[in-house]
Design a protein around this ligand. Structure first.
Ligand code: PMP
Length: 448
């Protein structure tokens, strides 16, 4: 058959059929190499073809690859939960495993609701989130997501949970000056709680650093401390969605560590297994778990394949690899190198409006005019053109939503595996430069 019957994605233009991967490189069936500048969807944190992971996979498959979580636990699942508690530090002590980031955020909300029910507050069911957020594609996770493009076709099936403004200082939603604004966007949470009544709210959910829904948005210092305080004062649980940021991506084990804020529940996915097997988790504090343990005794959630030993063993091998190879520290260091190089490119190309990020999670927002921040007339075409050129030049880039409504801006995420070396960073910057040069040459032909 000439055409594969596999349904293809729709973004970016060209889709190489990948044959194999090694380190930060993927190779197509014709032998062309691609520097995986996005780690897939910010997932392949330890790179491709890691021997230790393959060995753990084979070893676990030989022992046992599936037991049903409601009948048995497994050594791999128990060891992984202990490792997660160790790495997340503080009071985050209990893990519930699922198969995807979307399930993890939905489970986190269910845990929050269950927590309050066990405490005799059954009306606490709603969750507050932010515009420019993405918490997953299942209906519950999408209900919590302020992501217009992902929501638009399913609105009749989605809950309209309240949302507050994101800390998108490049284009402040409240049109305030970030130096003098007093973080009104964080205070909006308080106003929202007053309007809905804290008796009706189970949790507030936020990505510590906004990923795909905003082209990487880092909040100002003090922002999360303020939100956490508001949550505490109103008996609302704070869920940190670290599906994208967790386990080293931003140069800290958890991105929340940047602001010394401990969430009540954290969700992980993506880098938790580096893409080697599907696994994700909702991790909660003792305080959250206690009433559940004393009441219905376990979390109401999970799927048939949740906590399967094969995925757990692989995740454990990945997390050990992150630790033993000091990838959190390397993410911080290489992130600085890359950001420095990208800032140099921003001086050369007028269409790079903003560069932002932490560690190896870096967003670039593209504009027609750097001074006025005027976005392109067809932002999605710009993103697709750059990604398409990148693919031709052997770099895989990740598209992100940008602009206040998530559609009027254009952005990409650069997030190579945390294992990237200095030489590979230089190679990546060279390929990005070539890609931007080619895009620059098309600029005069774009509609303004
Ligand atoms: N939360 C965040 C912050 C994400 O970035 C994503 C995926 N992009 C999800 C949740 C959903 O994860 P998954 O695609 O594994 O369901």
């Amino acid at each position: 058959m000439e055409q594969s019957s596999l349904i293809k994605p729709v973004l970016g233009g060209t889709y190489p059929t990948i044959s194999h991967g090694h380190g930060v490189f993927l190779y197509d069936k014709d032998g062309k190499d691609y520097l995986d500048a996005s780690s897939g969807a910010v997932t392949a944190n330890i790179g491709h073809g890691v021997q230790e992971v393959m060995e753990a996979m084979v070893q676990q498959a030989k022992q046992v690859s599936f037991v049903y979580r409601s009948q048995f636990t497994s050594e791999a699942a128990e060891e992984l939960a202990d490792k997660m508690a160790e790495l997340t530090k503080g009071d985050l002590a209990y893990s519930f495993f699922v198969n995807s980031g979307s399930e993890a955020t939905e489970t986190a909300l269910k845990i929050a609701i269950q927590h309050w029910q066990e405490k005799g507050k059954p009306k606490k069911q709603k969750v507050i989130s932010r515009w420019m957020s993405y918490h997953g594609i299942t209906m519950g996770a999408l209900s919590m997501s302020g992501h217009p493009i992902r929501r638009e076709r399913f609105t009749s099936m989605l809950e309209s949970y309240p949302s507050v403004s994101p800390p998108y200082c490049y284009r402040c939603p409240l049109q305030l000056d970030p130096h003098t604004c007093g973080m009104v966007c964080a205070s909006e949470l308080e106003a929202s709680i007053r309007r809905i009544g804290s008796d009706n709210i189970a949790a507030f959910i936020a990505e510590p650093v906004i990923g795909a829904a905003g082209g990487v948005i880092v909040p100002p210092d003090g922002y999360f401390q303020k939100l956490k305080k508001i949550c505490e004062e109103n008996d609302i649980l704070f869920i940190a969605d670290e599906v994208m940021t967790g386990f080293g991506r931003t140069g800290k084990m958890l991105a929340c560590e940047y602001w010394d804020v401990e969430p009540d529940i954290v969700t992980f996915g993506k880098g938790m297994s580096g893409g080697y097997t599907p696994i994700a988790a909702a991790v909660m504090t003792k305080k959250v778990m206690e009433p559940i343990r004393n009441g219905s005794r376990s979390i109401i959630g999970g799927h048939t394949l949740s906590a399967n030993p094969l995925s757990c063993a692989v995740s454990l091998a990945v997390l050990k690899y992150v630790e033993e190879n000091e990838l959190v520290e390397k993410s911080a260091d290489r992130g600085k190198d890359l950001s420095r190089g990208l800032k140099k490119l921003a001086r050369k190309y007028s269409f790079i409006g903003d560069i932002r990020g932490r560690g190896l999670l870096i967003g670039l927002e593209f504009v027609q005019d750097k001074a006025t921040k005027k976005p392109f007339a067809n932002p999605a075409d710009v993103t697709n053109a750059i990604i398409g050129l990148g693919t031709k030049n052997g770099i895989l880039l990740y598209p992100a939503a940008a602009g206040l409504d998530g559609v009027t801006g254009s952005a990409i995420i650069i997030s190579p595996p945390l294992t990237i070396t200095e030489e590979e960073c230089a190679e990546l910057l060279m390929r990005i430069d070539i890609t931007f040069q080619q895009f620059n040459e098309t600029l005069g032909k774009l509609p303004s």
